[in-house]
Design a protein around this ligand. Structure first.
Ligand code: NOJ
Length: 560
């Protein structure tokens, strides 16, 4: 990865819920343009935009029907170009989301293939004959039901790992791969600096398409996650597009292990710059089931993130660091405290993440501690996945309250409620009716209120982003974990040759004491407090008393 990128923090925008300029209740590009100064003030180095291409919006734009056009919902190509220009002027780079695993069934290729029966385009999709009048195999879709849909008037089926309106592309077809590369080149030439590649490790399927006897997971996964030709395909696009055009890439990868990440992101492999791995997003799933939640397993969380830090350091790979995105609940509601300690916990979570090695991602609203919207009934949810889970669990006879408990905690709509900009009517998001309900806290918790406070979350984030630019240790320091099993504290170093940063955080809403580890005592002394979420944090000696969600970063020098 180009070294300069290491100074940059990425801000994720979910356009539909960011800022609506024309009062139709849906965020748009002109709305984003109006907030570029806000983003510059925060200090972001790049913006990742989730899909704004033409789409019937069955899965909020992850069902693309024209890769070359901007959907009217969001504005025009000219608006987009103005956004790119405005961002570049402020030294903010643009990362576009690209969905290369599937297209919408409204895409011209799909229509030509299955309505006009044009063989060239049929080969762009994955089509198989039925078996004894049934689907070709037992693979299931991530959004419920079979992963196969019957083609009208034929005995054939097409594959869709997500909604039936999202047909999987056939990467075995060279003409399709060429088409996708040409399309990426088109956007790069318009000024796009990077791509976030949606579920990129699903693109290569086992061509035998066997039945899957897996019981506890979604059948089929093992035949296409990190499939047989994945690395070959990625190397091909890298050679054609990523390297020659110096494009930053972050691949969204399902079930990726740290070993997979090494193969995908080690510079010598020439595939991707970094991946979004989800392992740490599962620490509150009960028995691996996302919809049955339990308290966060804090020890596991530290173990997972530490494992990734060590392994990537050792192999030269690069981490992406995130707490939330448009598919996850809001971090302050999930791992922090929604109530009394909202501000303290939001800052603590930001500190431990932003002081790690890698590229941090901020999800819109996180910078002022925006919580989950607090939806309570199924009518308040819009997401296809949540609605399908509700229906499917109802059919299985699961009690309403149990189903809703899971959905309220884990639904993707928790991250998709509109940005809470201020306390006015419409909360600065839209003058119309928002496409999805505003969060219940909007008139109190919003960007304007937070920005007014010198000790607000926004100003704290600003400092963290600044530290990444100015402190080499934040970018390059070696991660060293300083405690093994402390049930409430995470403590680590980012070590350089003569200096280190010491990061300490109490993850919980109870006071605790932390004995400074011998390894640290013997080798370091603190010279300066760089950052803390309580104004009167003192430099610790042999132990540190930590208040609720207290965190601090100290500069240390090595003892001679
Ligand atoms: C991952 C995206 O983040 C999610 O929102 C989408 O539903 C699936 N990929 C399918 O494209």
């Amino acid at each position: 990865m180009n070294e300069e990128w290491k100074k940059r923090t990425v801000y994720q925008i979910y356009p539909k819920s960011f800022c609506d300029s024309d009062g139709d209740g849906i965020g748009d590009i002109r709305g984003i343009i109006s907030k570029l100064d806000y983003l510059q003030n925060l200090g972001v180095g790049a913006v990742w935009l989730t899909p704004m291409y033409c789409s019937p919006q069955v899965d909020n734009g992850y069902d693309i029907s024209d890769y070359y056009e901007i959907d009217k919902l969001f504005g025009s190509k000219n608006d987009f170009l103005e956004l790119v220009e405005g961002a570049h002027k402020r030294d903010i780079r643009i990362i576009m989301d690209l969905v290369l695993n599937h297209t919408s069934t409204d895409h011209m290729w799909f229509k030509k293939a299955f309505i006009e029966k044009d063989n060239k385009y049929r080969d762009y999709y994955i089509v198989k004959p039925g078996v004894n009048g049934k689907e070709p195999n037992n693979w299931k879709s991530f959004f419920g039901g079979s992963a196969w849909e019957k083609i009208e008037g034929e005995d054939n089926y097409y594959l869709h790992l997500f909604a039936k309106e999202q047909a999987d592309l056939n990467w075995e077809c060279e003409a399709l791969r060429d088409e996708l590369s040409d399309m990426m080149k088109y956007w790069v030439e318009l000024g796009v600096d990077g791509f976030r590649l949606d579920v990129i490790n699903l693109i290569s399927k086992d061509q035998a398409f066997p039945d899957d006897d897996t019981l506890n997971d979604i059948p089929g996964k093992k035949y296409y996650i990190n499939g047989p030709r994945l690395h070959e395909f990625l190397k091909e696009i890298n050679t054609k597009i990523f390297t020659p055009f110096d494009v930053l890439t972050v691949g969204e990868t399902m079930d990726a292990s740290v070993e997979d990440a090494v193969l995908l992101t080690s510079p010598q492999e020439k595939e991707l710059d970094m991946i979004f791995a989800m392992e740490h997003m599962q620490v509150d799933y009960k028995n691996g089931d996302r919809w049955s939640v339990q308290d966060t397993d804090f020890l596991k969380l530290k173990d997972i993130l530490s494992k990734w830090q060590y392994k990537m350091e050792e192999t030269g790979g690069w981490n992406s660091l995130f707490w939330s995105n448009h598919d996850q609940p809001r971090v302050v509601s999930r791992f922090g405290d929604n109530g009394k300690y909202r501000v303290e916990s939001a800052k603590m979570l930001a500190t431990v993440l932003h002081m790690l090695k890698g590229t941090p991602y901020i999800y819109q609203g996180e910078e002022f501690g925006m919580p989950n919207p607090g939806y309570e009934t199924i009518e308040e949810f819009e997401d296809i996945e949540s609605l399908n889970v509700y229906k499917e669990r109802k059919e299985r006879g699961i009690e309403e309250s149990t189903i809703m408990q899971g959905i309220c905690r884990q639904s993707r709509d928790n991250g998709r409620s509109p940005m809470q900009w201020n306390a006015s009517e419409g909360n600065g998001f839209s003058s119309g009716t928002p496409w999805i309900k505003m969060g219940r806290s909007a008139s109190l918790i919003n960007a304007e209120n937070d920005l007014k406070r010198e000790d607000g979350v926004f100003h704290y984030y600003k400092k963290l982003l600044e530290m990444r630019k100015t402190e080499e240790l934040v970018r390059e320091g070696k991660y060293v974990r300083l405690e093994e099993n402390d049930p409430s504290v995470w403590c680590y170093l980012r070590e350089g040759e003569k200096e280190a940063l010491l990061v300490i955080a109490n993850f919980f809403g109870e006071k605790t004491e932390f004995k400074m580890p011998k390894q640290w005592n013997d080798n370091y002394e603190i010279t300066e407090k760089l950052l803390a979420n309580y104004s009167d944090t003192e430099i610790p000696e042999s132990y540190m008393k930590l208040r609720e969600y207290e965190t601090a970063v100290f500069r240390c020098i090595k003892k001679r």
